[in-house]
Design a protein. Structure first.
Length: 144
């Protein structure tokens, strides 16, 4: 195994669940942006590959929602993920990555929101005097 692959594998193996989830959202965002950039640069094959990767990541995020503990927020995320999957599918059908702008905007918003939630969760987790209530992240993704 090359050193980079070993590093990446070790990074994922040692990451917390919340960090992995945040990396997945960021990965989907990077791929959607990349697909749009490559499309406008005329690199259609690479753009399609990135679009497929983003679709796979968003599908995985949707499949791992915890509806039992997530309640209304999990349902709202399910609707957002379903919308993004439909838009990516439509982009594939029309063979046009430019129509992925709404997906990019949603992912940017989700990433910023999750980033703040993960920071709050970690702070609460490390704060011995923190409130006993669960953060949004803990209710949905950790099932706490």
């Amino acid at each position: 195994m090359d050193p980079y692959s070993f590093y990446k594998q070790n990074q994922v193996a040692s990451a917390s669940r919340e960090d992995i989830m945040l990396q997945l959202v960021q990965g989907a965002l990077i791929r959607i942006k990349g697909a749009r950039d490559k499309w406008s640069e005329g690199e259609r094959i690479r753009a399609r590959e990135l679009r497929v990767q983003a679709h796979e990541i968003i599908s995985y995020l949707n499949e791992t929602l915890d509806f039992e503990n997530g309640g209304e927020l999990a349902e709202e995320l399910d609707a957002l993920y379903a919308f993004m999957i439909r838009e990516i599918t439509e982009s594939s059908r029309q063979d046009d990555c430019e129509i992925l702008q709404p997906v990019q905007e949603i992912l940017e918003s989700l990433y910023e929101g999750w980033k703040e939630a993960v920071e709050e969760y970690k702070k609460m987790k490390n704060d011995a005097n923190g409130q006993s209530g669960q953060s949004a992240y803990e209710r949905i993704a950790v099932g706490g």
